[in-house]
Design a protein around this ligand. Structure first.
Ligand code: ADP
Length: 500
């Protein structure tokens, strides 16, 4: 394994971590998988194998769930002072922050994203999430309730940890998705088993080391590497898991719901999207063009809330398409650690083929390519050029389905009333996010109200904060991540009534 080359630009320290013999994290210890099997991890900028990680399967999942079960049923975690839970989460935040550069490097070689982006987005947002949820640990409370039945009762609610939580995450923001899952579950007093995405297991394994270093009790947080069917499915189906929290494709979300049916465990889902960005003619065009370009091209378009349908009023449509196309053409594609990199490769060969297939299908169905196209011109790595398609219509696959790559479909709209453009924007099975670009304050609010989406941004897109609930209407999911809302994902409500 020592002969593996991680990336010529990566630091010695990160290369050493990447190429070390990896273990899964169960009951506070790093252990081999039961079978001893491993699978390869690739650098998406080169396609090279950079390391191997354990392939956890049902037996490992069972071991991890039993550890989490013991930690919940008999261990200190749900019983210790909430302030102690907050203190440990804060300590974990400090440790992640201390290793910011290292995490950014790991994300870049594992996922392909620009190091510079991971440094200012993925890792700081992760730190914020742990700190924000550290604050919630001491503020999870119920209410007192006046009963219609009369004054002879005293009633109140309590919020209690839901129990053992299974968590399954995707590869687009590997570390941040782990934080979105781990931080609230631990703040609420749950114990957990987290299954990392098979494409991007490395930052989660590094995080597990810091969880151990921070001093969380054994079994509170268990971290597994493995595949969806081999490790994710047994976790979702496990009878001793009280709740499953999933982020990923809508297709797998459905499988999770079926798997959860056995013991009727609680389920929260953060799934796909096909988010509209709607530009009205009075928008500040420079900002709208830069903003809608970044809405789709940020993270190589691999965001569930990517602004992949661009609706622009016909008066400004050509200008917007031209501007976004110019922005696309100017984006410098390079390996994530190259200082000039503005856009890295997609995460995997599979994703590369899928996205190129969508561009080709759009062209075959009559779309025009205003920028980009199916040929990247880069010899190695899974690079796809940022692509702008016009002449699309709502029957096309590229307009209806989630592409999860840097491909936007631009569509003009006329002087139709607000309801009609909102209806078009809502015309998909998804409802994750949307952005509205206008200077007209009442129009912005009207459109925001009409959109069936969990997040609406006005004159911005892809603004995330630990305090903002995030999740989807319709087939974009169940429940919300972050904000105070996420506490509902990880707590049960108990109503206590005392006859006076
Ligand atoms: P993508 O298509 O973007 O890779 P997926 O929804 O397939 O997204 O994967 C998201 C996460 O779900 C990954 O951790 C993956 O291993 C896991 N997964 C895939 N299939 C299953 C399954 N049948 N049961 C549980 N987890 C799964």
């Amino acid at each position: 394994m020592a002969t593996l080359t991680v990336d010529p630009l990566v630091s010695r320290r990160t290369a050493d971590f990447v190429t070390q013999a990896h273990r899964i994290f169960i009951d506070g210890r790093f252990v081999e998988s039961a079978s001893g099997k491993t699978f390869p991890v690739y650098n998406p900028a080169t396609g090279d194998v950079i390391t191997h990680v354990p392939e956890a399967e049902a037996e490992d999942v069972n071991r991890a769930v039993l550890a989490a079960r013991r930690a919940f049923d008999e261990g200190p975690w749900p019983r210790i002072l909430p302030s102690e839970r907050g203190r440990l989460l804060w300590r974990l935040a400090d440790l992640v922050e201390k290793h910011l550069d290292e995490f950014a490097e790991i994300e870049s070689v594992d996922n392909g994203k620009p190091y510079s982006v991971a440094r200012v987005a993925d890792v700081p947002l992760t730190v914020d999430m742990f700190r924000y949820m550290a604050g919630w640990a001491t503020k999870i409370s119920g209410t007192t309730l006046p009963l219609s039945a009369g004054y002879d009762f005293h009633s109140y609610t309590m919020r209690e940890p839901i129990g053992v939580v299974g968590q399954i995450i995707p590869w687009n923001f590997p570390l941040l998705m782990a934080a979105w899952k781990i931080a609230p579950a631990l703040a609420c007093g749950c114990t957990l088993v987290l299954k990392l995405a098979e494409q991007t297991p490395l930052s989660g394994l590094r995080l597990a080391q810091l969880i151990a270093e921070a001093g969380f009790p054994p079994g509170v947080a268990n971290v597994l590497t493995g595949f969806g069917e081999g490790a994710g499915a047994p976790l979702a189906a496990h009878d001793l898991v009280d709740k499953i929290a999933f982020t990923g494709s809508t297709e797998v979300g459905r499988l999770i719901v079926h798997a959860a049916a056995g013991n009727l465990k609680k389920v929260s889902l953060e799934l796909g999207g096909k988010s509209p960005a709607i530009v009205f003619p009075d928008a500040k065009l420079d900002e709208a063009i830069a903003g809608t370009a970044s809405a789709i091209f940020f993270n190589q378009g691999q965001c569930c809330c990517a602004g992949s349908r661009l609706y622009a009023h016909e008066k400004i449509f050509d200008q917007v398409v031209e501007g976004v196309s110019r922005a696309a053409a100017e984006i410098k594609m390079a390996p994530g650690l190259d200082p000039s990199c503005q856009m890295g490769p997609l995460v995997s060969d599979e994703q590369y083929r899928k996205v190129v297939g969508y561009i080709e299908s759009g062209i075959a169905e009559g779309a025009h390519v205003a920028a980009g196209g199916p040929i990247s011109g880069v010899e190695r790595g899974y690079f796809v050029r940022p692509t702008v398609l016009t002449n699309t219509n709502s029957n096309m696959k590229v307009v209806q389905e989630e592409i999860f790559g840097p491909v936007v479909c631009a569509v003009p709209f006329g002087d139709e009333d607000v309801e009609r453009i909102v209806k078009r924007a809502n015309d998909t099975v998804f409802g994750l996010a949307a952005s509205v670009w206008t200077q007209n304050i009442s129009l912005a609010h009207k459109v925001a109200r009409g959109l069936r989406a969990g997040t609406v941004w006005v004159n911005c897109h892809n603004v995330f904060d630990a305090s903002l609930p995030f999740g989807g209407y319709k087939q974009s999911g169940w429940g919300r991540e972050m904000g105070a809302e996420v506490l509902h994902n990880y707590t049960e409500v108990k109503a206590v009534t005392v006859a006076l």
